[in-house]
Design a protein around this ligand. Structure first.
Ligand SMILES: [Zn+2]
Length: 277
């Protein structure tokens, strides 16, 4: 198994360091951290960021509210298809896509991979059917996935992974790739755990947004990302509880599990520069 870290989206919201904790200018910088995994069962993509159609016709795919609030930078070079081709593969080589959730900044590239089976929690698929309210109808954009042919839905398996529930045996995928339900940001949100030769890697999706929310007992978050998480919460209590559990996991099992979230640029750069085989 070989893992590539891809940034499949760039968002530059107004707020600078009040958003990302490091930018000096007026705008912050957030990534869409995705993984491309080379396996014996073909290429596996974890999350897709923004896709070709988002770049071409953003206003017919996405909510103008999020285009402005997140100041999404539409550029083909960020799409997963472009980067996969740069690596010498083609979109048709991607056989499976494992999703943390179906928000617009994670599901935008689904239709760029017509050969892929899409794996997601059942509760997340159900949540997209109830798009009542401004946030729900703006975050879930069925136009991003209505041409997907093959879906696999999962319910919490009850199997243990470091005291978290895990869904093992994702259909057609190697046993090293698991879904770890981390509900809160959305109703069916999950992390994706991968057993690598160097230990476990956990893509925590949007379970947290800022690197200092995890990894230290003195955790904190920038005001911008704290407000964004509050706005997007489907279940705040569950999100905060899961963040606490993830903090415990990093504290107790730092040698066994390396973790990152979807949108922190500093985390992305740390992982992208380190090759994990
Ligand atoms: Zn997100």
């Amino acid at each position: 198994m070989r893992i590539h870290h891809l940034n499949c989206g760039c968002m530059c919201p107004i707020g600078g360091s009040l958003i990302d904790g490091f930018s000096r200018g007026l705008t912050g910088r957030l990534v869409c951290h995705c993984l491309l995994i080379e396996t014996n069962q073909g290429l596996v993509l974890v999350d897709t960021g923004f896709g070709q159609q988002d770049v071409q016709v953003p206003y017919s795919r996405l909510s103008p509210f999020f285009i402005y609030v997140n100041n999404i930078q539409f550029d083909r070079k960020y799409t997963a298809t472009f980067q996969i081709e740069q690596l010498g593969f083609s979109a048709g080589d991607v056989r499976h896509i494992v999703l943390t959730h179906l928000d617009f900044d994670h599901a935008g590239g689904l239709e760029d991979f017509p050969e892929a089976t899409v794996h997601v929690m059942q509760t997340e698929a159900e949540a997209t059917k109830d798009r009542r309210g401004f946030i729900a109808s703006s975050r879930y954009r069925p136009g991003q996935w209505d041409d997907v042919k093959r879906w696999k839905y999962y319910s919490s398996g009850g199997e243990n992974w470091f005291e978290f529930e895990a869904v093992r045996d994702l259909e057609g995928l190697p046993p090293e790739i698991l879904l770890i339900p981390l509900v809160g940001h959305t109703r069916g949100h999950a992390g994706v755990a991968i057993n690598t030769s160097e230990g476990w890697l956990l893509h925590a999706g949007d379970a947290y947004f800022y690197r200092h929310e995890i990894g230290s007992p003195q955790y904190h978050c920038t005001p911008g990302l704290r407000a964004y998480q509050w706005m997007m919460d489907a279940d705040r209590e569950a999100r905060l509880l899961n963040q606490q559990r993830l903090r415990g996991l990093v504290r107790d099992r730092a040698q066994d599990v390396k973790m990152f979230c979807s949108h922190d640029t500093v985390e992305f750069e740390t992982f992208a520069n380190k090759k994990i085989a």
